[in-house]
Design a protein around this ligand. Structure first.
Ligand code: NAP
Length: 284
């Protein structure tokens, strides 16, 4: 069996077209959705991420502001900037790129962002909203995974989903979103004994670990849906996921590639959240 690919690039294009249309409609009513991206320091990967986010905004007709600061910026100065952005009516979403320099308490900075502008979905109020099924912003990467399942018309009710990884930004919110759609959810992590015994039971597997080949073909039930969140480099320096793609695609029913899978969906859901924040602010 060869799995069907879930194409994150194609789905992103489709969703970004919808974002652009909704953004244009909102603009016509006097509100241009605006995202502020704050970068502290010169982490090369972060620089690429923020560039991509700003470009994605521009391509979809969203207003974006990139604020770059030296790594020596104090925590107090960063908190003051976040506070100013909270008050800025032209800004509907605030994203502080992580990681921050070691002298800045990242959690404190995230908690300083107004929940109404928390388009990354990392604020404790956003986490609480997701936990209790209340309206709020969902973290972009697991939200993107849910959109991928939706795109193949997958009904999660009564299905067994196994999430590998329990980080606050991917694994835990992923598990809650799957639960909200009536899946039975198992969360695995570094202390899980016999990961394979769990994954072999799964109808849906989300791998969010950050280690190559965490999921191999012998660990997958035939026909399962496999979403690969991982971003790693192989020996040749090429981007790859957590899943042994070549092996698993022969067993799974659906699979996401790396690159071109979950990655582009993450930025797309940031645009969706920013648009949503602007629509809420405009009362529409
Ligand atoms: P993280 O905070 O490092 O969490 C990794 C999780 O994997 C932890 O919960 C850890 O367990 C678990 N784990 C480690 N080794 C394991 C093993 N052998 N078996 C089972 N579980 C294991 O990472 P993250 O931020 O969630 O990111 C995960 C991966 O996704 C990374 O490769 C990251 O680059 C990628 N990512 C991609 C996107 C995207 O847009 N595509 C977005 C975000 C992240 P413990 O909790 O017990 O330590």
């Amino acid at each position: 069996m060869t799995a069907q690919l879930i194409d994150g690039n194609g789905l992103s294009r489709q969703l970004r077209t919808e974002v652009a249309q909704r953004a244009a409609a909102l603009k016509a009513r006097g509100t241009t959705p605006g995202l502020a991206v704050v970068l502290v320091g010169d982490n090369p990967a972060s620089q690429v991420y923020v560039r991509n986010k700003v470009k994605a905004c521009e391509d979809s007709g969203l207003h974006s502001v990139l604020e770059k600061y030296d790594a020596t910026l104090t925590e107090a100065a960063l908190l003051a900037r976040v506070e100013a952005l909270n008050e800025d009516p032209a800004i509907h979403g605030i994203l502080v790129q992580l990681p921050l320099p070691a002298h800045i308490d990242a959690q404190k900075v995230i908690e300083a962002i107004s929940p109404a502008k928390d388009v990354d979905g990392f604020h404790i109020a956003s986490a609480g909203a997701l936990m209790t099924g209340m309206p709020g912003f969902w973290p972009c990467t697991p939200y993107g995974c849910m959109k991928m399942l939706e795109s193949i018309g997958y009904d999660l009710r009564g299905k067994h989903a196994v999430v590998i990884g329990r980080s606050n930004i991917v694994g835990k919110p992923m598990a809650l979103m799957l639960l909200q759609k009536n899946a039975t959810v198992t969360i695995c992590h570094s202390a899980t004994q016999d990961l394979k015994a769990h994954t072999l039971q799964a109808d849906v597997i989300v791998a969010a670990v950050g280690k190559r080949n965490v999921l191999t073909a012998d660990m997958v039930k035939p026909g399962a849906v496999v979403l690969d969140v991982g971003m790693n480099r192989n020996e040749e320096g090429k981007l790859c996921g957590d899943v042994d793609f070549d092996g698993v695609k022969e067993v799974a029913g659906y699979i996401t590639p790396v690159p071109g899978g979950v990655g582009p969906m993450t930025i797309t859901m940031l645009l969706v959240n920013t648009l949503e924040a602007a629509e809420r602010a405009a009362g529409s």
